[in-house]
Design a binder for this molecule. Structure first.
Ligand code: HEC
Length: 314
């Protein structure tokens, strides 16, 4: 019994021991900023969302009454969490780690920023930096568009976002972009969500040997993750980024569910023999019919001959 307790306890400890104590956020995510300023209203809404989604583990900010987990969740009012940049908190809440769940499909981008706004209200020294967004209002009549291109040498898909208005066009910077690739059924996400840089570009690494069609084409679809700000702008483009895929490859195994060319030998043999047997039988029947016909005519001739004999005899 003792043995099992020790075993189970050590198994429970393994994941937490394997975890890097520093939760490192990718460089391009650290600087991500909210697109709207934090106000009493966003803090209030953030508090409500915090009570529902975070309070059970992180407790009441400032009271250090978070629950005992390994690693500890920590109190949002303390330096442990306040030392994170806005982008880091946003990323950690979005992706989660270990016992901390991912809120990607639970909260919207806007809601996560509202929770950040609530968490920041416990930090007197905090001064918010708001993202400069190019919206239609900043660029009269601006149309935000995306261009996708394939870099064969680097195996990267680049997405360039531009806002074009009456006054010219400018790159859309700091915007979250997601890239999807078309599969036989539905779409598959390529790489992680990326944020456009100063030139409005986001680069996505494609997995090795992504199967394309017979010409190696793949349909890609890029869209902004922050629909609130950019609207539902998305762009579909076919790029020659895949490996040429012939529907039934010559290296595929022979199998029942494959095409005739790739059917198992015994199926081809059995089918061929069956067809031969049927045609053989038909041929046999025809030969027998011919025999009956020949016998019949011979008999008729003989009867006629004997008839003639009788008449001459008379
Ligand atoms: C099921 C329990 C649980 C819930 C619910 C939860 N967290 Fe966490 N949180 C954790 C744990 C455990 C960690 C430490 C994870 C680690 O370091 O690997 C953590 C870490 C964090 C961190 C990073 C702390 C640091 O040291 O940088 C932030 C920020 C955070 N949580 C915010 C939130 C917010 C905001 C919510 C609600 C939207 C939330 N958490 C909901 C358990 C939880």
């Amino acid at each position: 019994m003792r043995f099992f307790t020790v075993l189970i306890l050590s198994l429970l400890l393994v994941p937490s021991m394997a975890q890097d104590p520093d939760w490192v956020v990718p460089e391009d995510r650290k600087g991500r900023l909210s697109t709207f300023p934090f106000t009493d209203e966003t803090r209030k809404e953030g508090e409500r969302l915090y009570q529902v989604n975070c309070h059970s583990c992180h407790g009441d900010p400032g009271r250090n009454n978070y629950i005992a987990l390994q690693p500890p969740p920590g109190d949002p009012a303390t330096e442990k969490i306040q030392n994170n940049s806005d982008g880091e908190i946003f990323h950690k809440v979005t992706t989660g780690r270990g016992p901390m769940p991912s809120f990607r499909s639970v909260l919207t981008t806007e809601e996560i920023w509202k929770v950040v706004s609530y968490i920041r209200s416990f930090n007197r020294n905090y001064v918010q930096k708001v993202m400069q967004v190019i919206t239609s209002s900043a660029y009269p009549g601006a149309v935000i568009s995306m261009k996708l291109a394939w870099d064969d040498a680097a195996k990267l898909v680049s997405v360039i976002a531009t806002a074009t208005g009456e006054t010219g066009s400018v790159p859309v910077t700091g915007a979250g972009v997601r890239l999807m690739a078309g599969r036989y059924f539905g779409m598959m996400q390529v790489d992680e969500e990326k944020v456009t840089d100063n030139s409005g570009t986001a680069l996505f690494a494609t997995p090795e040997g992504l199967p394309g069609d017979t010409a190696g084409n793949i349909r890609f679809s890029a869209q902004f993750t922050d629909e609130q700000t950019f609207g539902s702008v998305s762009k579909d483009t076919v790029l020659r980024a895949g490996v040429v895929t012939v529907p039934v490859s010559l290296t595929a195994k022979r199998a029942m569910w494959n095409t005739v060319r790739k059917a198992p030998v015994w199926v081809i043999l059995a089918y061929g023999l069956g067809v031969l047997a049927v045609w053989g039988f038909i041929l046999l029947v025809m030969l027998k019919l011919r025999d009956i016909f020949t016998v019949g005519t011979a008999l008729q001739e003989r009867l006629q001959a004997s008839g003639n004999e009788t008449t001459t005899n008379n």
